[in-house]
Structure formats: C-alpha cells, structure tokens
Design a protein around this ligand. Structure first.
Ligand code: FAD
Ligand code: HEM
Length: 404
C-alpha cells in the first residue's frame, strides 16, 4: 500500500502529467525502443506513427493514477487492456522495462519540476498499477492455457481455406497444425496473428475478430486489405492477402476480448456494422439465433456498394432462414446494385432511420466499424435516449473516445 503522502503527490501531479501526456509517452516510447528494440516485435509500428497507442497508454496510466488509492474502480478497464496484453503475450518481466522508461521520460520532459520526491512517488504508483495488471493477466494466461483446447503463446494453424468475400475482404479458415482440439470462444472475441515476414527484422502481431459461429473445428477470420490511401499500405493485411495461401501456417494466440454478446439479456438485439466491422457481428448473429431463438434480432450492415460488401449471400441466407430482420445500406451503390435491388437503403445509417425502424430505447446495441461510423452511431443512439449500458462496441485498433 502507498502512504498518504505518496498518494497526495500522485493525485496532485496527475494534471501536470496529463498536460504533458503525449509528449511524455512519445519520449517514453523513443527511449524504450532505443534501449529495447526487441519490443518492436510486439508493438504495432503504424499505431506508433499515428500516435494512437501513445494516447491509449497515456490515458490508461493517468486514469489509473487518479484512482491509485482505490484501484478496484478501474478493474473493468484493466481487464479490457489485459485481454489485449494476454493475446499479445505481454509478460510480468516486461513491466519493469515500461516503468523504468516511463520515469525516465517524466524526468526528461518535466525537467527540474520532477523532484526526487515526485519521481519516487510515481515509481511506487507505477509498481502498484503494474501489479494490478500482472495479477489480472496471470489469471487470463492460466485460463487460456488450461481450458479445454487451450494453449500457451502462439500455436501453428494451417490455412485450410482462403475465400475472397469481396474486392477487399478475404476469409481465412484456420485449423490447428497439430490437429488437436481448439479453444472455444465467445462471439465477438478476436485472435492475434503473429507474422514473420521474410526479410523483415521484426515480427508483426495483429488482432482479427472471429467471423463465424463458435463451437466448430476451425477459426475463421475475414481480413480487409488496407491499401489505396495516401498512407503506406498496411503490412499484415496485405501480406495475408498476397502471400498467405491454403496450406500455409499462421501463428495464433487463444481467443481474447471482452466485447462479447450477453446471451442472458433478452431485450431486442441490434447488430450494427460498417465495412469490415461486420466480422464480430456475424459471430454474434449466428450464436444468438441458436441460444436465444425467441430473441428479436436486427442485423444492419453499411458498405459503399456490392463491390466491397463481404459475406452478403451468407448473411442474407442465414437471416431469411432464422427470421432475422436484415438491412443493407449502400452509400455509393453502382448502377448494377440499383438494377438488381442489392440494397435496402441508400445513404448512411441515420438517427431518423433508427428512430423510425427500431424500438431503440428497449434494445441492446452492438456495433463495430470505421471510427466515424462508430461516432455517428454512438451519437445517434444517445440522442435517441439509449442508455450507455445498452451500447457495446469494438475498436479495430487501440480504444479511443467516441464522445469526442
Ligand atoms: C480487436 C480487433 C479486432 C479486429 N478485427 C479485424 C477484422 O476482423 N478484420 C480486419 O480486417 N481487421 C481487423 N482488425 C484490424 C487489424 O488488427 C489490423 O489493424 C488491420 O488488418 C491493419 O493491419 P496492417 O498490418 O495491414 O496495417 P498497419 O501496417 O498496421 O497499418 C494500419 C493503418 O495505418 C496506416 N499507416 C501505416 N503507416 C502509416 C504512417 N506512417 N502514417 C499514417 N498512417 C500509416 C496504414 O495505411 C493502415 O491503414 C481488428 C483490430 C482489433 C484491435
Ligand atoms: C501499467 C502498465 C501498462 C498500461 C497502463 C498499458 C496500457 C495499454 C493500453 C491502454 C493499451 C491499448 C489497449 C486497447 O485499447 O486495445 C495497451 C496496448 C498494448 N500494450 Fe500496454 N500497458 C501497460 C504495460 C505494457 C507492457 C509492460 C507492455 C510490453 C512491453 C505493453 C505492450 C502493449 C502492446 C504491444 C499493446 C498493443 C499496442 C499496439 O498494437 O499498438 N503494455 N496497453
């Protein structure tokens, strides 16, 4: 336990660090990667360049520090991060490295304002926060390894089938190389894939939501090719599309994540997705109709047009057979799409549409998609009076703030 004086110092210096938040964490990453380049095998380089990870880590450290004398309050947040850490393989021995470089960065950025007393207090506070993460993660590692079909670290999976689902999205059906059982998962969870790209110095780890129902002898992921923007092409998604074929082996960690469908809740369920954000939604859709056959389910998917609309036939067929209300929104339909009535609504999913077509106030909402889509959905639902507890979402990257 920290003494009162230390707690006081931490609480009074949080605002100062928050003010310098991103400068400190940017400095921290530079120092840490200089001294420990091997950590570049775990961290996503693109997230570093865009500052997304900086914001996520800074936010988490300060949030934790604010509750340093009552860390119970932030355990749900710790758990969400711990799922990601576990899936990446972050271990207790990594924590002192992060702690040491965080303190070095605080010193460097604050200069003389960072007295020995302040540095000592933050050293102790980091220790307490790190212990909370380490103990939550220890339980998760234990469960991942010891559950039926579970394993430690990354296990080899053969690409059993590779299926193009649209111009930009391709599915990979993965079966374990050792042909033994695989761990089950909850709909909405993801796996991490670790790639060793020939000629590249570091490995690359990325998360992919499982896009088919649980309880089968394979995992399916559906990957969007990240290309054709002014930024460099995405490393892993392009490599998977261009170089990973049937028969190749991918390294996979046990399914993780706390964005999962609550099948105890019986309120009408609305699954909303934009683009490749449909992957966790399909898994939820296929699960809910089995486990809760009487639950009212609405599946809403938004895409530009049929060219990039993945898994269209699969969802259409499934929805028809299971009495699910399914709606397709295209914001840039082609002439063919119009002629063949390939979509239900032209344009974006709007608050007005949600208001007119759903009993929003009584429903549970799960959504995933590009950040602007998620912000629009979040805003619309809140304006319709949907309570925060009824709104669930997944970021396909470090968690951000949808209210900003
Ligand atoms: C929980 C979770 C579930 C996910 N599920 C899925 C899924 O089901 N399907 C799916 O396709 N994806 C999913 N993702 C996203 C996935 O993990 C990858 O982030 C995605 O495939 C891109 O990885 P990449 O290596 O191709 O791109 P990266 O190399 O990581 O690049 C990411 C983006 O940054 C841009 N970029 C690269 N360098 C720079 C730079 N210097 N400056 C600015 N921008 C830059 C790239 O153009 C690209 O758009 C999920 C992510 C999470 C966290
Ligand atoms: C108490 C200390 C730590 C805190 C508060 C913290 C916080 C976070 C947060 C908030 C995220 C983003 C999660 C998300 O929204 O998906 C994250 C991800 C991550 N963390 Fe930590 N973390 C800590 C320790 C560590 C350590 C010790 C390591 C390993 C050296 C590590 C490696 C990572 C990696 C690799 C990611 C994913 C980043 C990416 O892909 O860009 N973290 N962490």
């Amino acid at each position: 336990m920290l003494d009162n004086k230390t707690v006081e110092i931490i609480k009074s210096t949080v605002p100062v660090l928050e003010q310098h938040g991103e400068t400190i964490t940017t400095t921290f990453y530079q120092l840490m990667f200089r001294n420990h380049p091997e950590l570049l095998n775990i961290f996503n380089h693109a997230n570093q360049k865009q500052g997304r990870q900086q914001r996520a880590l800074a936010g988490a450290v300060y949030a934790a520090a604010k509750y340093i004398d009552n860390l119970e309050v932030i355990i749900p947040v710790v758990k969400q991060i711990a799922h990601k850490h576990r899936s990446l393989g972050i271990k207790p021995e990594h924590y002192p490295i992060v702690g040491k470089h965080l303190l070095m960065a605080i010193k460097e950025v604050l200069g003389e304002a960072a007295t020995d007393e302040i540095i000592e207090a933050w050293g102790q506070a980091y220790g307490v926060i790190a212990d909370a993460f380490i103990s939550v993660e220890a339980e998760m590692y234990d469960e991942a390894e010891n559950q039926h079909g579970g394993w430690e670290g990354f296990r080899g999976f053969v690409v059993d089938r590779k299926v193009a689902e649209s111009e930009v999205i391709t599915s990979f059906y993965l079966k374990p190389e050792d042909q033994r059982e695989i761990a089950d998962f909850k709909p909405g969870q993801y796996i991490s894939i670790k790639l060793e790209i020939p000629g590249e110095k570091f490995t690359h780890i990325r998360q992919y939501s499982l896009s088919d129902a649980p309880g089968q002898d394979f995992y399916r992921i559906s990957v969007k090719r990240e290309a054709n923007t002014q930024n460099p092409d995405g490393v892993v998604s392009n490599y998977l599309h261009d170089h990973i074929n049937e028969g190749d082996i991918l390294k996979v960690s046990v399914p993780a994540g706390d964005f999962v469908l609550d099948t105890q809740n019986t309120s009408p369920l609305v699954l909303l997705s934009g683009g490749v954000g449909l992957t966790p939604m399909i898994s939820m859709l296929k699960t809910v109709v089995n486990l809760q056959p009487n639950r009212k389910v609405t599946f809403i998917h938004a895409a530009a047009n049929s060219g990039v609309h993945a898994l269209r036939d699969e969802i259409e067929e499934f929805s028809k057979n299971h009495n699910v209300s399914s709606y397709v929104f295209y914001d840039s339909p082609t002439e063919e799409d119009r002629k063949n009535h390939r979509f239900d609504v032209e344009g974006f999913v709007t608050k007005e549409w949600l208001q007119n077509n759903l009993h929003a106030g009584e429903s549970e909402f799960y959504f995933c998609g590009p950040v602007p889509f998620m912000k629009a959905m979040n805003r619309a639902l809140k304006e319709l009076g949907v309570h925060e507890e009824q709104i669930h979402f997944e970021f396909f990257g470090p968690k951000g703030d949808l209210d900003q």
